[in-house]
Design a protein around this ligand. Structure first.
Ligand SMILES: Nc1ncnc2c1ncn2[C@@H]1O[C@H](COP(=O)(O)OP(=O)(O)O)[C@@H](O)[C@H]1O
Ligand SMILES: [Mg+2]
Length: 242
């Protein structure tokens, strides 16, 4: 089976400083892959390459069998339609109810009728355990609930893959565990490819089929949570014990 994403020797720098230095990584179709690494190592930069928000200086990025490196903004829309992205912070529109937040991508990208939109919104809200909250405004929700609404909104278009950027940052340990379990459940229930960028080791261990450790712009190690725990690399071990 072709991979969902393939980074092939990707180099990317800003203002003369190289961040990705020949990043090569296969993300398999249907797996939950965590990109783990310290802050400022280029995790967000790597993730943004998958939806063409950032382009490589050299090297190729393949998504769902297609080389997306040379695509223009218009062609990238088709890629973004099948890859959901949960940005850091997962911002909801504060002036819209939960329902309108969820319906928004459906109104923008589909020609579904109102009753179909409603059915889809309710189904996804139920999936994250938030049925009954549709008329609430985001500022009335707890941090964990906002996160769950953002998650439900990210899957409302039924993407083939879901990208998460630091989904547990700013959450307390209990909510972090909750959100990690929810990500794993959604991954399994929707049968999608999940790519999770994090520096939270516990969350990585709970969600991942495989963990890729990013260090100095390259993947230093990739393997299952068990394999990374027993890997002999001292830089990896130092990070796991930090
Ligand atoms: N659009 C940009 N312009 C300039 N520098 C950037 C840009 N995006 C990221 N960087 C730099 O690239 C490095 C890696 O950033 P990032 O991918 O956000 O790290 P993290 O691993 O914490 O997600 C940082 O030094 C950051 O300042
Ligand atoms: Mg980041």
């Amino acid at each position: 089976m072709p991979p969902f994403t393939f980074f092939d020797e990707v180099h990317k720098g800003f203002d003369g400083v190289e961040v990705l230095r020949g990043l090569t990584l296969v993300i398999r179709k249907g797996e939950a892959l965590v990109i783990l690494g310290g802050s400022g190592t280029g995790k967000t930069v790597a993730l943004k390459h998958i939806v063409g928000l950032i382009k490589p200086d050299s090297g190729q990025v393949y998504v769902d069998g297609q080389d997306i490196t040379g695509l223009d903004e218009n062609e990238l829309l088709a890629i973004r339609r099948k890859v959901g992205f949960l940005f850091q912070g997962g911002a909801l529109f504060d002036s819209m109810s939960v329902y309108e937040n969820m319906a928004y991508p459906l109104r923008e990208h589909t020609s579904l009728k109102e009753d179909e939109i409603e059915a889809r919104v309710m189904e996804k809200l139920k999936m994250v355990g938030l049925e009954g909250t549709q008329s609430m405004m985001p500022d009335k929700l707890s941090g964990g609930m906002r996160k769950r609404v953002a998650l439900a909104r990210a899957v409302v278009l039924e993407p083939k893959a879901l990208l998460y950027d630091e989904p547990t940052t700013g959450l307390d340990p209990i909510t972090t565990r909750w959100v990690s379990t929810l990500m794993r459940n959604i991954h399994e229930k929707l049968n999608i490819t999940s790519v999770i960028v994090t520096h939270n080791i516990q969350s990585a261990m709970a969600v991942a089929d495989r963990i890729a450790f990013l260090y100095r712009g390259r993947i230093k190690f990739v393997g299952t949570p068990e394999e990374i725990q027993s890997c002999g690399d001292h830089i990896v071990q130092e990070f796991l014990r930090s």
